[in-house]
Design a binder for this molecule. Structure first.
Ligand code: PEP
Length: 251
């Protein structure tokens, strides 16, 4: 099973465009074996599009609060997200780490809260630059983010390896180097959860994936799916990515 997750970032600006993109995307996805698609619009569009989500296309959120309830003005709890039909939450996206200084501690708490609410967590990790001690950066970031996750919840844990220099830049990593980094992530998962569990855990790639470059990544079985930003805002482009992402033995 591969996962393809659409991150709409802070787009679109208008309700009718959110409805159109979501509706067109769902219409282009038939029942597909071996692939799970989720679309993560901005919070305000979640209730607007939720009735269009189907078993074939899940609704997801780009972020969540770390507490289940309480005096946290401006925050949204994972329970609320679940209540309006979300199945999945992106946690620790690099744009949140960069623009709102989301800390490792908060990311750790958000991951636990998301899983505790019964949602899938897509936990993002990745180095800033491919230089210096970048491998250590991946190892430490992953180790810290998963530190408090209970073994019981790992069936709903997905990791997205997203090198920061590749996100939103148009410069994707190479498929070969992506696999090398995914194996680093998997080493941390093995230490924490054991080899058997870690082998089953999907590690996705994200960073400037589009309908052209997806083919080079899709042939690598180690890549458990894709987190797609800009390429997910056009239903036609996104559906080409999804079709190409299917594992050959499952199509
Ligand atoms: C993302 O938003 O997680 C992402 C990978 O963006 P893009 O595909 O635009 O690089």
């Amino acid at each position: 099973m591969r996962y393809v997750i659409a991150n709409w970032k802070m787009y679109p600006q208008r309700r009718e465009d959110a409805l159109r993109i979501f509706g067109d995307t769902v219409a282009m996805m038939g029942a597909m074996r071996g692939i799970r698609v989720a679309i993560c619009p901005p919070f305000v569009w979640l209730p607007v599009v939720s009735s269009l989500a189907k078993s074939t296309v899940w609704l997801g959120a780009q972020d969540s609060g770390w507490a289940d309830e309480g005096a946290f003005t401006g925050e949204i709890s994972p329970t609320m997200l679940k209540n309006i039909g979300c199945r999945l939450v992106i946690v620790g996206h690099s744009e949140r780490r960069t623009h709102v200084a989301e800390s490792q501690e908060i990311i750790r708490k958000k991951t636990v809260a998301t899983l505790r609410a019964g949602l899938f967590a897509v936990l993002c990790v990745g180095e800033q630059q491919r230089e210096g001690e970048w491998e250590k950066e991946i190892l430490e970031q992953t180790r810290s983010a998963i530190a408090d996750i209970a073994q019981d919840n790992i069936q709903r844990l997905l990791i997205a390896y997203e090198p920061v220099w590749a996100v939103g830049t148009g410069k994707a990593d190479s498929p070969k180097d992506t696999v090398t980094s995914i194996l680093l992530v998997r080493r941390v998962l093995k230490d924490k959860f054991g080899a058997a569990a870690a082998e089953q855990m999907p590690v996705l790639y994200g960073g400037s994936i589009n309908a052209q470059n997806i083919h080079g990544f899709a042939v690598e079985p180690e890549i458990g799916g894709f987190l797609v930003g800009h390429g997910s805002l056009d239903a036609g482009e996104f559906s080409k990515i999804v079709m190409a992402a299917r594992l050959k033995e499952e199509t």
